[in-house]
Design a protein around this ligand. Sequence first.
Ligand code: DQA
Length: 145
Amino acid sequence: MNIAIINGPNLNLLGTRETGIYGTMSFETFLSGIQRQYTDHQISYFQSNIEGELIDRLQQCSQDGTDAVLLNAGAYTHTSIALADAIAAIPLPVLEIHISNVLAREDFRKTSFIAAKCIGSISGLGLKGYELGIQYFIQTHGVNG
Ligand code: DQA
């Protein structure tokens, strides 16, 4: 499978950013472990702090052979109608990922503009959530169409 991981704003700082919430591992370290583990699959990674670049990448995914997307939209989760529209506009399954448990934090994090356009959400399981998402896509590929 071709699985795209898309991370939004400030997630380039994982490993040093609010480590009590997001942990001490950089995403690059985590990703290289995952790519070594799932060698039968292509797992691509894109991060941007810019909303429009995240939208461009989502649109590109629908044309470059990507089968499924894991999207951690960061704070744009709670603000971006444009990202929600982009998810709705592409025919690919998109899984919403959050490292922290957004429902246990500030009230503004309890609203997700993208959740209803995604096939589901994983929140609060740390970086493990990405791996569980990958396993979900691999195990259900071709089963759910
Ligand atoms: C986050 C949660 C968001 O509320 C926050 O703005 C982030 C990261 C998470 O992975 O827990 O940047 O998406």
